[in-house]
Design a binder for this molecule. Structure first.
Ligand code: S3P
Length: 167
């Protein structure tokens, strides 16, 4: 029998998947894993470097493999990179799993991340790019989610509790 993560977290960059994921894992006495960390460890370079060196589509291919591996191996809480749901095969793998979509609006995104240029997809005119990104992705997050937890104005502890309540 293959293993299945207890909880998968999806949502846009900066929404707090890592922080909430670690809190959730602690509350549940489970391990925490993050596919961005897996990619950095396997590639030996930062994600921004992969984008610059090889472009987004090469990164997506690496990400797709990393996500499939983590989904098959990890039994705890798993956070996916914000763009992982763009891939249809990845979305199919998420079907039937406990997937929490952490959502936030653009104002919350500005507050949390400053929409800083260190994020490769938000380097130019970040507010407009963030809106466009969410327009393209919101329905994909909703498609895979078994629960949606709004993070706006909430602390990581409050979001964690809301996620536990929603499951
Ligand atoms: C991305 C989100 C990032 C990282 C990469 C691309 C995206 O992960 O995978 O920069 O396309 O939204 P986080 O959501 O963990 O920041």
């Amino acid at each position: 029998m293959s293993t299945v993560p207890a909880i998968v977290l999806v949502g846009p960059m900066g929404v707090g998947k890592s922080t909430v994921g670690q809190l959730l894992a602690e509350c549940l006495g489970l391990g925490y894993r993050d596919t961005d960390d897996d990619i950095v460890a396997a590639e030996g370079r930062a994600i921004a470097e992969i984008f610059v060196d090889e472009g987004e589509s090469a990164f997506r291919a690496i990400e797709k493999r990393a996500v499939a591996t983590a989904l098959a191996e990890h039994e705890g809480v798993l956070a996916l990179g914000g763009g992982a749901v763009l891939d249809a095969d990845t979305r199919a793998l998420l079907t039937g799993q406990r997937v929490v979509y952490l959502s936030m609006d653009v104002e919350e995104a500005v507050k949390r991340t400053g929409l800083n240029a260190a994020r490769p997809l938000l380097a130019v005119n970040p507010r407009k790019q963030w809106r466009e990104l969410m327009e393209a992705r919101r329905h994909l997050y909703e498609e895979v989610a078994s629960a949606v937890v709004a993070t706006d104005g909430r602390t990581p502890e409050e979001v964690t509790q809301a996620a536990l309540d929603a499951l």
